[in-house]
Design a protein around this ligand. Structure first.
Ligand SMILES: Cc1cc2nc3c(=O)[nH]c(=O)nc-3n(C[C@H](O)[C@H](O)[C@H](O)COP(=O)(O)O)c2cc1C
Length: 310
């Protein structure tokens, strides 16, 4: 029997539309020990970089009203460390397995993509383009002129589904979305965290220890911003979208679907406990039965915005 929550996400077929977001679930191995990840749509790994990264100085996390600021700084064991210590367990996960990669140059992105590009145990590669590039210092995902060739180069290195995770810290998200589409992305994921800051005014210092004092805001605080981002991008491109930002329950999931996402990723909510995404899957199944939702794909992008007013 086909799963009533099953969905298509571009070339990917998922058991349900709930994935876990990069950086909030490790690579699923730990959760796998206590949870049945069969129930999950998919797992996205923490960003893998060419070299091992120790991350930013502490403090790296600061709680804010209905959100969380982090300046982890892509701490990860690097490509070799991931291949040696995590890949095997990751490949064995019983749901879609997506590796998230982050580079400091276009060549980094291409090479990292190639490293996983033909692995039969990997179902897709997500490019985290929200990182500063070495030559210019600006995030790749901020500049459509940098982004399109970067995606095109990665595209040449794999025939697997290529996901591009966009940063919302831009003036024109539709322009970067179009650049990723033109470069050959299969799926767009949005959003990554919003740049933010917390201040200890008595000490006259930022609360976070990163070199800029800034961090990325996530959690329920950003949900309305992320919904608006999904809605805008849905109108700008034809690619399927994965909605990310402040999702904590099945109602949130349906909001993202109606706004234009075909699937979602759950991030900060995982810090309540690794069982959270599975609880969301179960809630969605209940909601699906109770409200007779039918094919979830029929809900995608059905938002009706009154036009011609104001
Ligand atoms: C602690 C933490 C670490 C993160 N690390 C990464 C990362 O390595 N790569 C990435 O693409 N996104 C990373 N993110 C961003 C999330 O994947 C997600 O896009 C963002 O948090 C918004 O979703 P949320 O509000 O559900 O958390 C991280 C987020 C948090 C909170």
């Amino acid at each position: 029997m086909t799963d009533p929550l099953a969905i298509s996400l571009g070339p990917l077929r998922l058991r349900n539309p709930i994935l876990v977001a990069s950086g909030t679930f490790g690579s699923g191995e730990e959760a796998q020990r206590s949870l049945d990840l069969h129930e999950l749509g998919g797992v996205v790994t923490k960003s893998v970089t060419r070299e091992r990264r120790r991350g930013n100085p502490p403090p790296r996390i600061h709680e804010t009203a209905s959100g969380m600021l982090n300046s982890i700084g892509i701490m990860n064991p690097g490509l070799d460390g991931f291949l040696e210590h995590h890949l095997e367990a990751f490949r064995a996960l019983p749901c879609a397995r997506i590796v998230n990669v982050a580079g400091e140059s276009s060549a980094d992105f291409a090479n990292l993509t190639e490293s996983f590009g033909a692995d039969p145990g990997i179902d897709g590669i997500e490019l985290n383009v929200s990182c500063p590039n070495v030559s210019g210092g600006l995030d790749f995902g901020v500049d459509p002129k940098l982004l399109e060739p970067l995606v095109a180069e990665a595209r040449r290195r794999t025939s697997k589904p290529l996901l591009v995770k966009l940063t919302p810290n831009v003036t024109d998200l539709a322009a970067t979305a179009r650049a990723a589409e033109a470069g050959g992305a299969d799926i767009l994921c949005l959003v990554n965290t919003y740049q933010g800051m917390a201040v200890d005014w008595r000490r006259r210092r930022p609360e976070l220890g990163s070199p800029t004092g800034m961090g990325g805001l996530s959690g329920p605080a950003i949900k309305p911003l992320a919904l608006a981002a999904v809605h805008k991008v849905r109108r700008a491109v034809r690619l399927p979208i994965v909605g990310i930002g402040g999702i904590t329950d099945a109602e949130d999931v349906m909001e993202f679907l109606v706004a234009g996402a075909s699937a979602v990723q759950v991030g900060t909510a995982n810090f309540r406990g690794p069982e959270t995404p599975l609880q969301i899957v179960r809630q969605l199944a209940e909601l699906h039965t109770r409200e007779k939702l039918g094919a979830l794909s029929d809900w995608v992008g059905t938002l009706q915005v009154p036009r011609g007013r104001g």
